[in-house]
Structure formats: C-alpha cells, structure tokens
Design a protein. Structure first.
Length: 396
C-alpha cells in the first residue's frame, strides 16, 4: 500500500491561507492592548472640549462730563498703559481752575492780614496797659497830695476820669483782639480754615482739568469702541474697552461626573483650534467655580415646576496659562480649547480657602493725581505767603 505525499505547491498554498488569520489575531491583540492602555491612562485624566479662552475686558470710562474733541485709538490698536485715548473739551475746566487758583491766592493774603491784625491788636493791648498803669500812678500821687491841699479836687477828678477811660480802652482793645484771635487761634497760615477750603477747591479744579484727558488704565488691544468725536458724555459711560493680552485664562466646563478627581494645582495640557495640534499650551488649575453654569445664568432653571428633565450639569474650572507660551502664541477671548487634566495627583484642595494677599489686578494711572494737585496748591501758597515773615511767628 502506498501513501501519496502532498505536493510542495499544496503545502505552500496551505501556509499562505493561515497567514491572514494570524495577522488578524495579532492585530486584534494589539488593539486590545492599546485600548487597555488608553483606558488605564484615562483613569488618571479628565478631558473636555467645552473650554474657552477668557480674560479681562477693561472698560474705559470718563470721570467727568464733557464733549469729545479727539480720539487717540481705534479697534485693534495696541496701546500702552497711560496712553491718551479720549480728549474732552477743557475750556470750562480751565476757567474753573483759574478761578480756584485766584481764590486760594486771595485766601492766603486775607489770612496773612488777619495774622498781622492780631499782632497789631496785641501791640495796642500793651499800649493800653501802659496807659492804665500811668493813669493809676497819677491818681495815686494826686491822692497823696490832696491831704496837703497841693492838688485841687477838680484835678483829682480829672485824673480819675483819665484812668476810667484808659481801663475802658484796654477792655475794648482786648475784646477786639479776642475777635481776631477767634479767626486764627491754634492755626498756621497753611491750616487756616479759609486757606484749607480754597486749597480743597483748587485740588478739585485741578483734578477735573486733568481728567479731561482720558488715559488707558492698562496695556492691551482696543475693542468695542463706541465713542465718537463731538459726543457729549457723562461720567461712567463706557467709551471703549482694552483687553490685556497677558491677562487671559481658560474656563473649562467639566461635567459634574468628571469633577470628582479635579484638584487645584493639577497640571493641564491645552490645544487651541486656532493653532495646529503641534502647539500645546500648559497650565494649572487655579480654582473650581462655586456652582454650575446654569445656577448663575440669567434665568436659572426652575426644577420644581413639575415638568422636570434631568440634564447633566457642567462646572466651570479656571485654568491659568504660562505667560511665555501666551506671548509666543497669543490667544484671543472666546477661542475654543481642548483640555486634558492630569488627575494622578489628588493631594490638592478642591476649593480655595485663602484670599489674595494683594490686589489681583490694579492700575496706577490715578496714583499721582492728588500728589500733583498738592504740588499746585503748595506753589500757589508759597507765591502768596510773602517773604517778610517766618511762618512760625504766625501761629496763635
């Protein structure tokens, strides 16, 4: 009995038929491994594409009323801090400033007059006191001589009248001195009430004049300009806005089922739809909002009306970005972002429990207003206080 061995061609065909099967099995195993690794990685991360760039929109407003005569910047223009943006007609403010300057100068001179009048009355009191002492001495001598008959009674009576008049003159001068002292008592030239009132009015006038020029409170890009030349504006009306490019962050809206492992301080990777996927931003969670977005909406949902449908809520999470990355790839407000948070470190707090130790945002363009006004007041006082006296001598 003979056995036929398979031909070489049949063996090769059989091996070839097994090869796609093994390739399919290997591919399935690799896919399962990749899915398992991806699942394990997702256990320590949370991601969302419901995230948008947010930032400060600083309104430019006027502190005084007036008519716009010039506009220094338009939408999309970049401005620096303290750059002039809007100019108001300053004619009325200049007139008020000149009037206040004159009033302060007159108040200083009138106060000087009051101090000199006090000095004059003090000298008159000394003179009246000498007159009284002299009259008293004359009366005493004539009374001594009256016993010997050397002085007539008429002369004695006349001397007594002189003494009475001297005493009356002294009392009248003391009352006049008291009236003048009431105006300047415990004051100096710079602390005189009339001078203080006039100085305060000059400060108001100077600051009002200074505020007819409106400056940018921060550096950034102009947007939402609504002011026009010739427009009559009132204090507090928004004229335009400035968006600081270095003061942006991301608000990522995570589902309520995703926030369990989110903590302050966790690292974040972000991608912007405005840039290619190779541009990666890095950030840090700096806070979770105190409520869901619907809780703070203009018309919050009323879930007790009877017709209730469960809707998954989202909690805004604020993410700070690295300044150097923002400078290299600027982000504009409202841009969409894809966010992935590494939640492997859950040691951080869920909510902020400490307040800021210093202002989070500030501007210094108004810092020197009062200082400059005080310098103007000092110049006016110095120009009118005179050079023939020591201020220390004008204190009573």
């Amino acid at each position: 009995m003979t056995t036929e061995s398979p031909s070489p061609a049949a063996t090769t065909q059989q091996r070839t038929s097994y090869r796609p099967t093994w390739l399919l099995i290997v591919a399935i195993v690799l896919l399962v491994v990749v899915l398992c690794v991806a699942y394990l990685l997702r256990l320590d991360s949370e991601s969302t594409d419901d995230a948008y760039v947010d930032g400060n929109v600083v309104q430019v407003t006027s502190q005084v009323s007036g008519t716009v005569t010039a506009i220094g910047a338009d939408n999309t223009d970049h401005v620096d801090t303290n750059s002039p943006l809007v100019t108001l007609n300053a004619v009325d403010a200049e007139i008020q400033y000149e009037r206040a300057t004159s009033n302060l100068a007159r108040a200083v001179r009138q106060a000087r007059t009051q101090y000199y009048q006090v000095q004059q009355l003090q000298a008159e009191v000394d003179q009246r006191q000498n007159d009284v002492r002299k009259a008293q001495e004359d009366v005493r001598r004539r009374n001594q001589l009256a016993a010997s008959g050397a002085v007539s009674r008429e002369e004695i009576s006349h001397t007594a009248d002189i003494l009475k008049n001297a005493i009356a003159g002294l009392e009248g001068t003391k009352h006049a001195l008291a009236v003048r002292l009431a105006m300047v008592d415990d004051t100096t030239l710079r602390t005189h009430p009339d001078v203080l009132v006039a100085a305060s009015n000059l400060r108001d006038a100077y600051i009002a004049l200074h505020r007819t020029q409106i400056y940018s409170p921060v550096a950034g890009v102009i947007t939402k300009r609504t002011v026009q030349v010739g427009q009559k504006i009132n204090p507090g009306v928004a004229l335009m806005s400035v968006v600081p490019g270095d003061q942006v962050w991301v608000n990522a809206n995570f589902k309520e089922s995703q926030i369990e492992d989110l903590r302050i301080g966790q690292p974040v990777e972000l991608r912007a739809d405005a840039y290619s996927r190779s541009v990666i931003f890095h950030g840090t969670i700096i806070g979770l909002d105190a409520g869901t977005g619907s809780a703070f909406s203009l018309l919050p949902a009323q879930n007790a009306t009877g017709n209730w449908i469960k809707v998954t809520q989202r909690v805004p999470v604020r993410i700070a970005l690295r300044p150097q990355e923002i400078a290299q790839n600027p982000l504009r407000l409202g841009l969409s972002m894809r966010v992935s948070v590494d939640t492997s470190d859950r040691s951080g707090p869920v909510l902020n429990k400490t307040g800021a130790q210093q202002p989070v945002y500030s501007t210094a363009i108004f810092k020197n207003e009062l200082q400059d006004a005080n310098e103007v007041v000092e110049r006016v006082i110095s120009a009118n206080e005179g050079s023939d006296h020591d201020p220390k001598n004008l204190k009573f």
